[in-house]
Ligand binder design. Structure first.
Ligand code: 13P
Length: 252
């Protein structure tokens, strides 16, 4: 089962938070299949979160990995290290990393290769800025981000792409669901036509997803799931969003 509903906890959390979150989550989640769910805590808490989640097959991943495997790179964490902790995926190229930490598409490309070499599924984030959106260059910008990130990758056994418009993150604003659907269709076309050796599993949407708007997003054919920031910090809300996803996908 691909990972469909993913929590990105960003720079939040503690051991007490993990325990409380899991309590709320398990009280409210009514599904039986946990393997489509993912959580990316701060890397420091991966081990603790895994022990709190126990035997349930919720995937744990990191929010970032380094572009090298080892070396004199103080403060970095490699794909092999997160794999060693039992992680199955890593978010790569989130817009906060691109903007605050100056990550380029070329660096992101190296990170994708690291993830693949270590059997970690990359969730590649792409998205346009508010200015790019207003000037109607969204498709062009996204296509360029995809091509530059993937052009030097020979092969990827699995790839998840998350479409996260920068202006929608943490703002309470989203494009309308039909617009997102057409962007996702374009993303699938570009990857499948230009990069046949890349196993694109799914395209998630991220940016102000919450319990109120989740249903209208999941109704769209090309929205395969969500990457959720703020609303994922509440174990109950995350569980209820996952329940909505399951209801709709089981109906289809
Ligand atoms: P919000 O859900 O808080 O808008 O964050 C989205 C995001 O950046 C997920 O990676």
């Amino acid at each position: 089962m691909p990972i469909c509903i993913v929590a990105n906890w960003k720079l939040n959390g503690s051991r007490a938070f993990n325990t409380q979150w899991a309590l709320e989550f398990f009280k409210n989640f009514n599904g039986h299949n946990f393997s489509s769910l993912g959580i990316a805590p701060a890397s420091l808490y991966i081990d603790h979160l895994k022990s709190v989640i126990g035997d349930y097959d919720i995937k744990i991943g990191s929010q970032n990995i380094d572009l090298e495997q080892t070396g004199a790179r103080t403060g970095e964490i490699s794909a092999s290290m997160i794999k060693d902790l039992g992680c199955e995926f890593s978010i790569i190229g989130h817009s906060e990393r691109r903007i605050l930490f100056h990550e380029t598409n070329q660096m992101i490309c190296q990170k994708l290769i690291q993830a693949n070499n270590n059997f970690v599924i990359p969730i590649l984030c792409i998205g346009e800025s508010a200015e790019e959106n207003q000037s109607n260059t969204t498709f062009k910008v996204l296509e360029q981000q995809i091509i530059e990130a993937l052009e030097n990758v020979d092969e990827l056994s699995s790839l998840i792409i998350a479409y996260e418009p920068v202006w929608a993150i943490g703002s309470g604003k989203t494009p309308n669901p039909e617009e997102i659907d057409s962007v996702h269709e374009m993303i699938k076309d570009v990857v499948q036509s230009r990069f046949p050796k890349i196993g694109l599993e799914s395209v998630l949407y991220g940016g102000s997803v919450n319990l109120k708007n989740a249903y209208s997003l999941f109704e769209q054919k090309n929205i395969d799931g969500a990457l959720i920031g703020g609303a994922s910090l509440d174990g109950r809300e995350f569980a209820l969003i996952a329940n909505l996803f399951n209801e709709l996908r089981i109906q289809q």
